[in-house]
Write a protein that binds this ligand. Sequence first.
Ligand SMILES: Nc1ncnc2c1ncn2[C@@H]1O[C@H](COP(=O)(O)OP(=O)(O)O)[C@@H](O)[C@H]1O
Ligand SMILES: [Mg+2]
Length: 369
Amino acid sequence: MSFIDISSVAKTYGPVSVLENVNLSIERGEFVVFVGPSGCGKSTLLRMVSGLETITAGTISIDGEVVNNVEPAARGVSMVFQSYALYPHMTTFENVSFGLRMAHKPKVFIEESVKRVAEILRLGSLVDRRPSQLSGGQKQRVAIGRAIVREPRVFLFDEPLSNLDAELRVQMRAELTDLHRRLGTTMIYVTHDQVEAMTLADKMVVMNGGRIQQAGTPLQLYDDPDNQFVAGFVGSPKMNFLPAQIASVGPSEIRVTGVAGTGQGVLPMGGVVRQPGPVTLGIRPENMRVLPSGENSSGLVVEGLVKLVEELGSESFVHVELTDGTRIIVRAGRRAAEAQAVVRVEIIAKSALLFDIDGQRVRGAGNSL
Ligand SMILES: Nc1ncnc2c1ncn2[C@@H]1O[C@H](COP(=O)(O)OP(=O)(O)O)[C@@H](O)[C@H]1O
Ligand SMILES: [Mg+2]
């Protein structure tokens, strides 16, 4: 049994279904990130773990104990929100120690606990300041301090960095990773930002429409998505999706035609269980190449018009409208193409994925990985 088990969990508000058949195991000490578009049910699931939300069906257990009917305060969890929710009239010391003071802990214990937390979060010089005298990042550290001081067995974070500017978010991300390493406490973290999820997670849980789409390490999800939603959600720029047809299926390869209208080629996919017919070919921007004029390719090539080139210094993103109207982005070197040029783009066949028209990955006995 895992440290936290979420088993067949559902949530409905009257007739509205918000979460359906959610199953997830979380190991002790794991940093788990729930990620997905706004409204997919991330906060609801987190709040069900915390006890702030009732569980309509299924069970959630923590450390072997079913907590469905356990009060939030008795679950041993601490939650940090996007809004720091600090008391404005209290100093950092008073905010961090609030819970311990309410629980009538001894004064010496409180002082030592706050001192330890202040060291962990580098709050030292800020303990006498009120929230109005702190920056956004400092306020968020105080809010985290208030969660740490209770020594919970699980930390729950709901979009804690969303109010910070981009630079500070990157810095706080690194601090959270470091904090997790030092404390070793199980953390569940909610964000809509896939980059944040990729950088923080041991286990990344992609959600959409009230369902878990896939859970795994960030690189597993990036390299081996189960469906088109996960493939398109993880990665930036996004995976490109091109309409195609499976023409024939062999023991170790499949032949595709009509890729974005005209492209055709052979994908080295062993034992794919699939009849000929329409599919979607997925290819990441780094797995394509703008062919220099004059260079021939025996591989899978599509053609189009360069609509835009974004030069980023070390690389460029080449936006191409293919002959059938499909828009793609190719990750290329500097000055790889010019706007308005007609270009041929080679798809690195071994990196292509196929999805059925309902978005499920077309896999075989040994897939293309
Ligand atoms: N009290 C409620 N009554 C009805 N629907 C709700 C309630 N709370 C949340 N929802 C709905 O549940 C869905 C999931 O919400 P939420 O978990 O907050 O999403 P996320 O955190 O992924 O953005 C949303 O469609 C939201 O409108
Ligand atoms: Mg939310």
